[in-house]
Design a protein around this ligand. Structure first.
Ligand code: FB9
Length: 503
């Protein structure tokens, strides 16, 4: 065993060595872990030119765990041979033995055993020879003693095919004396103290040289979640396009703003429990703008503004119900209603990016909540053409140029379009969002001028983030199972650049 610090033992061995020594051989002689010797080499290297250490890759043969077991207990075929008594053994019994399944066929091919199928109670196994030579075990013991070179290439390959042997590359150091070699090395000082200066003792001390190539210690810091990195990129795109951000700081919304103000009828399936999270407490919205509410009520139940309405008895209690907002379009409705109060009307470009909640079936890409991105433009005379144009502009900034528009339906927009883009990686058209012109039955009760139209579109934050960061399961991105290292390691996001991760 090594006596004294390993580095001192190493220096003494080096002084006696002829030319140099190998770190792995020294570790084997001292019966210490190779890594401990490597640590001693590193600490001596840090002292200057005491030693020279050359990194070498050496290949050597090592027994696998199964190889070790066979070296200890013998090969499976030898164990099968030894388990067959002179009077033979039922094959069914033999196959139940631990080595039976593995060793039987090899023992047969070695002609160590034979099977007599004439026996009345089923096939019986008999020994062919009185004794056998367990060559496999012998060869493994040769390798384990560090003399693998004594085996032929063929023999080594046979053992490797049976996964009893593997060739490992070991990185070792060839250590030789440095220009400042000494068997007694003192630990160098790393700081010059006032006492050393005043006493002059610094003259007799050895100081560790500065390592200007050393990398600084990475300071602990916070890390932005990929979703927040992508949100910043989307926010930047909207700001570049002259959009301003709508307030969205209320996850809890009334059914009125989330549905009724959007002219979504109270019997619409999206408004029931299995699609929406309704609140028990506070269950109802404390106050609503009642003049506006009455106009909305009339539009739903009797129509108006050129619309026949839905002709159903609209209920204020239904509109008062609180819920977790199912889309940020509720915030768009609030913002547009506020805009309508300002006279004269001024065109606007609004956007929002925030969490929405839907009581829907979960799967690998959908959770009960996601971040909705929404863009809204209000001006005189906007048409579907303007919507297509602004979508082209917006998605081009995402690096998406091939867009296709498919007619769709939304309760609050008419006409509506689903937006598709050709995904080079997936070689198919994928949906990248939804859009439309808000209906007059939504805009006119707010008090917006008749000639004003509003184009709007929406998409999720999670989908582009998953694509950009190569994440296939939403639970790897959000939720309690997220590996925080993914957050620490996630690179910065550039939406206008090719995907960071493989598509
Ligand atoms: O985000 C979606 N897909 C998408 C978006 C960007 C993207 O970028 C790539 C890196 C380049 C890739 C994919 N979708 C909308 C489409 C699908 O993912 C869809 O399966 C899931 N949708 C969500 C809703 O599903 C419950 C995404 C979410 C969505 C859908 C519609 C709207 C908002 C979000 C809307 C709207 C709207 C319509 C009219 C007026 C105002 C708002």
């Amino acid at each position: 065993m090594a006596d004294g610090p390993l580095s001192e033992v190493l220096l003494r061995r080096l002084e006696a060595a002829d030319g140099g020594l190998d770190s792995a051989e020294l570790a084997a002689e001292l019966r210490v872990e190779h890594q401990a010797v490597v640590g001693a080499v590193k600490s001596l290297q840090a002292l200057g030119e005491v030693i020279e250490a050359e990194l070498r890759s050496t290949k050597r043969w090592e027994l696998t765990p199964e190889g070790e077991e066979i070296a200890r207990e013998g090969s499976h075929e030898a164990r099968v041979f030894r388990s067959v008594p002179p009077g033979g053994l039922a094959q069914s019994e033999l196959m139940k033995l631990p080595s039976g399944q593995v060793g039987f066929s090899k023992a047969m091919s070695n002609k160590w055993i034979r099977v007599d199928k004439s026996a009345a109670d089923g096939p019986r196994v008999f020994r062919v020879a009185d004794s056998v030579e367990d060559e496999v075990q012998k060869r493994l013991l040769v390798v384990r003693s560090g003399q693998a070179e004594k085996l032929s290439e063929k023999e080594r390959n046979e053992l490797r095919k049976r996964k009893l042997l593997s060739e490992v590359t070991l990185k070792t150091y060839w250590v030789s004396k440095g220009s400042a070699f000494s068997t007694s090395v003192s630990k160098q000082d790393t700081e010059l103290s006032p006492e050393m200066i005043s006493s002059g003792s610094w003259r007799d001390r050895s100081f560790k040289p500065y390592n200007f190539a050393a990398r600084g210690v990475l300071p602990d810091s916070g890390h932005l979640h990929p979703l927040m990195k992508v949100r910043t990129q989307f926010r930047q795109i909207f700001l570049e396009m002259g959009f301003s951000e709508m307030p969205t700081n209320n996850f809890i919304e009334s059914s009125f703003w989330n549905f009724d103000a959007l002219f979504q009828p109270q019997q619409h399936p999206a408004r029931d429990q299995h699609d929406t999270f309704f609140l028990q407490d506070p269950a109802v919205a404390p106050q609503l703008p009642m003049d506006y509410v009455h106009r909305v009520q009339r539009t739903h139940s009797q129509g108006g503004y050129g619309s026949q309405g839905y002709k159903y008895p609209w209920k204020l209690d239904e509109a008062r119900k609180n819920l977790l907002r199912t889309h940020t379009t509720a915030s768009s409705a609030r913002a547009l209603h506020l805009l309508a109060q300002k006279k004269p009307f001024t065109p606007v470009k609004y956007f929002s990016i925030d969490r929405v909640f839907r009581n829907e079936t979960l799967d690998s890409t959908h959770l009960a909540e996601f971040h909705q991105i929404e863009g809204v433009v209000a001006d005189y005379g906007l048409t579907l053409g303007h919507l297509m144009g602004v979508l082209q502009e917006f998605f081009t900034k995402l690096g998406i140029t091939q867009l296709r528009f498919k007619p769709a339906y939304n309760p609050y927009t008419e006409p509506s379009m689903e937006v598709f883009s050709y995904h080079q990686g997936l070689k198919k058209w994928v949906e990248v969002g939804n859009s439309g012109l808000f209906r007059p039955e939504m805009l006119l009760p707010m008090g917006l001028p008749e000639k004003v139209s509003v184009i709007a579109w929406g998409l999720s934050l999670e989908r582009p983030t998953m694509i950009k960061y190569g994440i296939n399961n939403i639970r790897e991105l959000v939720g309690h199972k997220v590996n925080l290292q993914m957050v620490y390691d996630s690179p910065m996001c550039r939406l206008d650049m090719p995907t960071q991760a493989a598509a």
